[in-house]
Design a protein around this ligand. Structure first.
Ligand SMILES: [Zn+2]
Ligand SMILES: [Zn+2]
Length: 135
C-alpha cells in the first residue's frame, strides 16, 4: 500500500498523515514497551520526521533509557494514546506507534527485539528475525 497513510489517537483529537514510506518496522518486547502498550509488546515504525504531519494538541515527556539515551514521548493529552517517540540519538527520525494507523492490515515487522524479556507465550513468526536484546 503506498503513502500517504493516516492515523490518530483514540479520542480523535490528534490526527496525522504520514506522507512517505516507513524506513523500518520492529516489534519490541522490552519491559518499557510492555508497560507503555499495556500489552505483550510494542511496535516501533521508523519514519522520517519531515514525513509526519500532526494536527491537534499533543503533550510530551522525556524518558531516559537504560542506555542513557533520551527519548521524547509524544501523546494525546485527552486520551493518553502515544503517537510517537523522538529518539534524540537519531537525527530526523521518529518512531511512530503504528497501531494508531487507520489501517493496520498491511503492517509486518521485520524483527522481534528484546525477546529475552518477552512474555514467553508470543512466538517469533517463521522468517522473522529474533533478537534477544538491543538491535
Ligand atoms: Zn486522544
Ligand atoms: Zn521496547
Amino acid at each position: 500500500m503506498p503513502a500517504p497513510y493516516t492515523g490518530g489517537c483514540q479520542c480523535g483529537q490528534v490526527r496525522y498523515e504520514l506522507t512517505g514510506e516507513p524506513i523500518r518496522l520492529i516489534a519490541c518486547h522490552c519491559t518499557e514497551c510492555q508497560r507503555q502498550s499495556g500489552s505483550a509488546f510494542g511496535m516501533s515504525m521508523l519514519v522520517r520526521q519531515d514525513d509526519l504531519k500532526i494536527s491537534g494538541v499533543t503533550k510530551s515527556f522525556v524518558r531516559v533509557a537504560d542506555s542513557g539515551n533520551e527519548n521524547t514521548a509524544v501523546f494525546c493529552p485527552d486520551c493518553g494514546v502515544r503517537i510517537h517517540n523522538t529518539p534524540h540519538y537519531l537525527d530526523g527520525v521518529l518512531t511512530l506507534k503504528p497501531g494508531t494507523l487507520d489501517d493496520t492490515s498491511w503492517l509486518k515487522p521485520t524483527a522481534m527485539v528484546w525477546t529475552k524479556s518477552g512474555q514467553g507465550w508470543v512466538p517469533t513468526p517463521e522468517g522473522m528475525k529474533d533478537i534477544e536484546g538491543q538491535p
